[in-house]
Design a protein around this ligand. Structure first.
Ligand code: UDP
Ligand code: MG
Length: 311
């Protein structure tokens, strides 16, 4: 009953490529397994992606789909896909063909050798230099702050064994940062590399702002180390100001009162104000997360699907 392989494809406005994605996935996979399923998750597309997926489902009995009531984001789409997938192994792949489907047979082969996670890592050739630099810096900072290991170039394109999928699904948090969750669950992992590919068509849904927000999510999703940082920084500032006051007192005792000091005052007030606001923001973010977790809202709503729920 359980297929050997499920392929989860999150789609948001991918009308230009979804049919091609189905064809090339089928071409690659049919060679190596007979019992597989393709799970397309339509994440509130507005360009007719869902209609195309319906056509695919009507023509190909291996196509499952889940359609969201609106755009809930790729994290939600992946979660829905993982829940819908029945396979002994599950591959998550982008619809835009930036994740080469040719890699899937190799992933499966490595999985059969006993790996629970086969992770695809892309090179950054052809990326905008600014984005490459931003990513490099981000991963450096991130790996210092967070206790799970994140690797530049590693995204959501990977194969997960059934027990790895079940482990990820057991993590019920509302704010999902899958890259981190995949790393958090552990198990036997192996990384394979592939060359960067540009989109086959359509546009990336990422804007600079959404990337920045995604980055902040990553830092705050795993532990309270940023709060710890504020304690350290606060300690350093207190120590420095005590030393400064001590030095001033000694100077006044020795040389008498001196009036100027305007710049020091302004610098201290502005600097400390900035640090306080920054960490107020950090604390606020954690409280915001608690707020969202306590609401226990579903991650997404399904408007149509050919897979039986519950969702
Ligand atoms: N995606 C999604 N929901 C969203 C944004 C993106 O399901 O809100 C899907 C999108 O259809 C694609 C994958 O996530 O299959 C990666 O998105 P995109 O290509 O925009 O990101 P990039 O490759 O630029 O990181
Ligand atoms: Mg893409």
């Amino acid at each position: 009953m359980k297929p050997a392989l499920s392929v989860v494809v999150p789609c948001h406005n991918e009308a230009e490529v979804v049919t091609a994605a189905h064809a090339s996935l089928t071409g690659e996979i049919a060679e190596v397994v007979d019992d597989y399923e393709l799970v397309f998750v339509d994440d509130g597309s507005t360009d007719g992606t869902l209609e195309l997926i319906r056509v695919l489902a009507a023509e190909d009995e291996r196509v499952r789909f889940v359609a969201f009531s609106r755009n809930f984001g790729k994290e939600a789409a992946m979660l829905a896909g993982l829940r819908a997938a029945n396979g002994e192994a599950v591959v998550i792949i982008d619809a835009d063909l930036q994740h080469p489907p040719e890699l899937v047979p190799r992933m499966l082969e490595l999985h059969r050798k006993g790996f629970d996670q086969v992770v695809a890592r892309r090179t950054r050739t052809g990326d905008k230099p600014t984005r490459t630099l931003a990513a490099k810096t981000y991963y450096k900072v991130m790996n210092r702050l967070v206790d799970v290991k994140l690797v530049d170039g590693v995204g959501d394109f990977r194969l997960l064994s059934r027990r790895a999928v079940d482990a990820v699904l057991a993590l019920g948090e509302y704010n999902r940062f899958s890259k981190g969750l995949f790393s958090w669950i552990g198990y036997e992992q192996i990384t394979i590399e592939y060359d960067n590919v540009q989109r086959a068509g359509g546009d990336s849904s990422w804007t600079f702002r959404s990337l920045l927000n995604y980055g902040i999510d990553g830092v705050l999703s795993f532990n309270n180390r940023p709060l710890r940082l504020s304690i350290y920084l606060g300690g350093i500032v207190i120590l420095a100001s005590m030393l400064y006051v001590l030095w001033l007192t000694i100077r006044v005792a020795l040389f008498g009162v001196e009036m100027p000091g305007y710049v020091t005052l302004v610098a201290a007030v502005a600097g400390l104000g900035g640090i306080q606001l920054l960490f107020l923001g950090v604390i606020g973010e954690y409280i915001g997360r608690i707020y969202y977790e306590t609401k226990r809202r579903p991650h997404f709503l399904v408007k149509d699907s050919n897979v039986p729920g519950p969702w």
